[in-house]
Design a protein around this ligand. Structure first.
Ligand SMILES: NC(=O)c1ccc[n+]([C@@H]2O[C@H](COP(=O)([O-])OP(=O)(O)OC[C@H]3O[C@@H](n4cnc5c(N)ncnc54)[C@H](O)[C@@H]3O)[C@@H](O)[C@H]2O)c1
Length: 326
């Protein structure tokens, strides 16, 4: 079976997925749509595809799957259109930027013949897969987790500083970590939040505290203006006299104590699309389409993280607390 794929949004992520998909012999990228025609033409020329003037025209091409790689608040409309047409959808994060819109996508995904997969690539980065295996096989009991998840700025690309297009800073990078901690630790039971608007006209600094249903506790600090000093993101998981420590998605170290080896995996020589989990998430999406398997990041997971962000913003500016996914 050849999976006929269309792409809407020919910027950074449209290009990233397109370059991966053309390496997969099961896939043909049959068309690209972008509101800026030049962007679509440039990508189509690069990968040997063609452009279409609108999403409707692309859907009329009887595509099997649509990649939605437009800015954040512009995912909902093409996703709903494709799901309602029975087309499989891979959507970049976020699923939506309000709870009501996330519910719409969730219900559309449940009714559709198409599979819905959300782009939470952090899960599939080798560093995080290493942590997931240790937790799942019982080697690492994640009693206490300490996370830093910073951005350098809200300037590049320009729309990331516009909450009308992002939905707010938490829907940018922090959403990945809010998904990842639930992937690793399970359901969030309670949260506390203190946030500030320091340099941008939106909340750009968050200090968060979580308690999980499995008893784990976690702190997460997320700053939107930290200048990209390496490592901008790091996770420390403290277990039974054990520590696992990640540096971005480049390196992970793990030890069970003094006198023991520090097991180190260093992926810095791997190509970035593999190191960041994009290659794996795309392979799993095409596997699901070809083999009729369930989505590895279903709409339910997108709704769950939207619930948390919605609650954090509801309590925003002030110290707030509440119970988790409900
Ligand atoms: N998973 C990740 O690691 C990751 C990384 C970066 C961005 N993203 C997400 O990917 C999405 C795209 O981000 P990007 O960095 O590629 O942005 P970008 O600005 O590089 O590309 C967006 C493209 O969408 C086009 N576009 C805008 N409105 C459109 C519309 N109505 N119809 C058709 N095309 C439209 C733009 O012209 C542009 O070509 C965002 O939702 C972002 O949050 C995810």
């Amino acid at each position: 079976m050849t999976v006929r794929v269309g792409i809407i949004g020919a910027g950074h992520m449209g290009r990233t997925h397109a370059r991966i998909l053309v390496q997969d012999k099961r896939v043909e990228v049959v068309g690209i749509v972008d509101i800026v025609p030049q962007n679509a033409i440039r990508l189509a020329d690069e990968i040997g595809s063609r452009t279409w003037p609108s999403l409707d025209a692309l859907l009329n091409e009887r595509i099997d799957a649509l990649y939605v790689t437009t800015p954040n608040t512009l995912h909902r409309e093409p996703v709903l259109k494709a799901l309602d047409a029975g087309v499989h959808v891979f959507s970049e994060k976020p699923m939506a930027t309000t709870l009501a819109e996330a519910a719409e996508v969730l219900h559309a995904a449940r009714r559709s013949k198409g599979i819905y997969q959300l782009g939470f690539n952090y899960r599939f980065a080798p560093v995080h897969q290493f942590a997931k295996k240790l937790i799942d096989n019982g080697s690492l009991r994640p009693f206490h987790v300490h996370i830093k998840d910073n951005r350098g700025e809200l300037i590049d690309p320009p729309w990331v500083g516009n909450p009308k297009l992002t939905g707010g800073y938490l829907y940018e990078s922090t959403i990945h970590t809010l998904d990842l901690i639930q992937y690793l630790l399970g359901e969030i039971k309670t949260y506390k939040v203190v946030s500030r608007s320091n340099l941008y006209p939106e909340l750009d600094d968050f200090a968060l505290l979580f308690e999980f249903s499995n008893g784990s506790i976690a702190t997460l600090d997320s700053c939107a203006h930290a200048s990209w000093l390496y490592p901008a993101g790091a996770i420390e998981i403290f277990g039974d006299h054990a520590t696992l420590l990640t540096e971005e998605m480049d390196r992970v170290r793990y030890t069970t104590g003094l006198g023991q080896e520090v097991i180190t995996h260093d992926y810095t020589q791997y190509p970035q699309p593999y190191r960041w989990g994009y290659v794996e998430e795309d392979r799993l999406f095409i596997d699901a389409v070809v083999e009729g398997k369930p989505s590895v990041v279903p709409a339910e997971d997108g709704y769950r993280v939207t619930e948390i962000i919605d609650a954090l913003y509801r309590d925003g500016g002030q110290a707030g607390e509440g119970s988790g996914n409900g």
